[in-house]
Design a protein around this ligand. Structure first.
Ligand code: SAM
Ligand code: SF4
Length: 351
């Protein structure tokens, strides 16, 4: 593979016209990336139908995963050279990574200190929440699509709802708030289940965020026709709750927020497909095997692991990361007839 294939600047070649060599992590459309998503593993202990097949996937071999030291070095470059201000650890399931607490501590030791969050399915969170808080974790997002145990088992192919609920309670107890609950609605049960799910979140003080299902399933079975769209979710919720637009500024947040029943509590709807927010995207992504992706839907990657293991210095790693982000596409193009679903599923990218 050549350096050009990897998206790296060729030695002796000037950077892409207009690409700054320092300062914020810019793309050629003027967006600044400050939010880093780090996938720690592609493995998972659930098998959500919209993400993974029942039998799981061919996991990345350990030798291809970044080590804790490699991760710590890339985090340092991201924060101290590229202006990253928030880091979210995800996967696969980040709680199954042996490096999670150590990597959170490495991120928390950086200055300026980034905001540190984890997106998890919640299994095992009851055991880990206090320890992760101590390591420097600020917040968690817990993925939970339904509070109906039978539907939970159908969607995730595991009978583990009680473990997720225990994980949520432990996260609240450990002070990892505000706790967000991420829900991707199953087309068979989602509209029936979203009302009790919101009631559950309101009762416990969790912020529900409903995400439109995206074409990132390993089976490539997604179709827009099967997706429950934001408008349908809102009209279902409106039959049970009064929803008013949240007056706060939305900024680069993907969720459109609604105040529920005249109170402070909000519900968010992330219309990734029906109303993309790519124009305000502030994300850059690092996969568990050390690839930079400028977008969830990128079809190209930049191999920082090869550079790291080939002895590259920090300047070269920084330049490669900047070059990858400079080439970030304007948008995901899901609704374009020429759209190509990326080969990596969500679990191997990090959502
Ligand atoms: N395993 C962890 C979890 O489930 O929270 C972290 C990784 S998971 C890939 C991150 C988020 O991506 C979850 O909230 C999950 O619901 C969401 N997700 C997975 N597949 C998706 C898809 N096809 N479309 C939209 N969101 C998806
Ligand atoms: Fe695992 Fe998260 Fe994918 Fe579900 S969404 S299979 S919990 S990685």
């Amino acid at each position: 593979m050549t350096l050009t294939n990897l998206g790296l600047p060729m030695p002796g070649r000037p950077p892409a016209p207009g690409m700054p060599a320092d300062g914020p992590l810019l793309d050629s459309y003027g967006r600044i990336a400050t939010d880093l998503r780090v996938s720690l593993t592609d493995r998972c202990n659930l098998r959500c139908t919209y993400c993974m097949p029942a039998e799981g996937l061919q996991w990345l071999p350990d030798s291809q995963l970044l080590s804790a030291d490699e991760l710590a070095r890339l985090l340092r470059i991201a924060v101290t050279r590229l202006g990253i201000t928030s880091v979210r650890f995800t996967g696969g399931e980040p709680l199954v990574s042996p490096h999670l607490a150590q990597t959170i501590a490495a991120a928390a030791a950086l200055r300026p200190r980034p905001e540190i969050a984890v997106t998890t399915n919640g299994l095992g969170l009851a055991r880990h929440a206090a320890k992760l808080k101590q390591a420097g974790l600020n917040r968690v997002n817990v993925s939970l699509d339904t509070v109906n145990a039978e539907h939970f088992a159908q969607i995730t192919r595991r009978d583990r709802l009680d473990d997720v609920l225990a994980g949520l309670a432990a996260a609240a107890e450990a002070g990892l708030g505000p706790i967000k609950v991420n829900a991707v609605l199953d087309p068979r049960t989602g509209l029936d289940d979203v009302v009790p799910l919101l009631s559950f979140c309101l009762e416990h003080g969790y912020q529900l965020r409903i995400i439109e299902q995206m074409p990132l399933d390993a089976g490539h079975e997604w179709t827009r026709a099967k997706t429950i769209e934001a408008d349908t979710v809102l009209s279902t919720l409106r039959r049970h709750f009064d929803l008013q637009p949240d007056p706060g500024p939305r900024g680069s947040a993907p969720a459109q927020l609604w105040r529920v029943d005249g109170g402070e509590a909000t519900v968010g709807v992330i219309a990734s497909v029906s109303e993309s927010f790519c124009g305000a995207c502030d994300r850059t992504r690092l996969t568990a095997d050390g690839q930079i992706r400028s977008c969830l839907f990128s079809t190209t990657e930049t191999d920082l692991r090869a550079l790291l293991r080939g002895g590259a210095d920090d300047d070269a790693l920084e330049a490669a990361w900047r070059t990858a982000m400079w080439a970030k596409p304007a948008g995901h193009g899901i609704n374009d007839p020429s759209f190509i679903q990326p080969a990596r599923p969500m679990s191997a990218i990090g959502g």
